[in-house]
Design a protein around this ligand. Sequence first.
Ligand code: F3S
Ligand code: FES
Length: 232
Amino acid sequence: MKITLKVQKFDPEKDKKPYYKSYELDMEPMDRVLDALNKAKWDEDGTLTYRKSCAHGVCGSDAMRINGKNALACKVLIKDCGSKITLEPMLGFEVVKDLAVEMKSFFKKFKSVKPYLINQDPPPAKERRQSPKELDKFDDTTKCIMCGACTTSCPTFWADKDYIGPAAIVASHRFLFDSRDDADEERLAMMNDADSVWKCHTVFNCVDACPRNIEITKAIGEVKQKLLYDSF
Ligand code: F3S
Ligand code: FES
C-alpha cells in the first residue's frame, strides 16, 4: 500500500523552528511504523533522526507521537494507521533532532526513586522466596520499559516540569509493593514529596499511552493509599 509518512523535522543547529517533511512510501499493511521510518531514512533521507534498538517492543527507545498518540514505532502496524501517518517527538522534552528527544531529566527522576531492591538482611543461601500472591501485588509494574510514553502524555507534566511523572511512580510502586524490599519508609517519604503522587489528577492519559498496558493510574492510587494508611 502507498503511504505518506509526514515527519516533524528539526535540527537545532540549523533550523529556527520545526517543520514537516513528507515521504511517499510503498509499504506492506503488516509492516510497522518503524519499518517505514527505516525505509525513509535508508532510501530517501539519511538525515532523518530517531532512536531505535530492539525493534520488538522491549528496549523502549522508539516512543514517539504517532498520529497524535504516544506509542512505540516498532509496535504499531501500518494497517492500523491509515495511509497518512504523522510522526512527531514526544511532548515536554527538548528535541535533540527530529524525533529524538533529550531524556536526561526523565532518567534523573527515574533514578531518584531508587529503582532497585533494598534489603539489609544478609543474602540467603538461595533466592529470596515470595508467594505468587505477594508477586501479584507488583507484577504489573515490573513490565515498565522506561520509554517515557506515559510521562510525556501527562498534562500535569506538560504544565509542571517538577512533577516526578508516572514512570518514576511506577518504578517506586514496583519496589514499594515487593515483600522482599526493606525501604518502605524511605520510599513513602519520597512519594509524599510535593512533586510526587499528590500532583497526579487521575487524568488516565498515561494508561492510554503505555505500550505495556500497565495500569498506571491504579498503581499511583495504590501508592497514595499506602501513604494514607501505612505511614500516618
Ligand atoms: Fe498524569 Fe496519569 Fe496522573 S496522565 S495526572 S499521571 S493518571
Ligand atoms: Fe525497542 Fe521499539 S525499538 S521498543
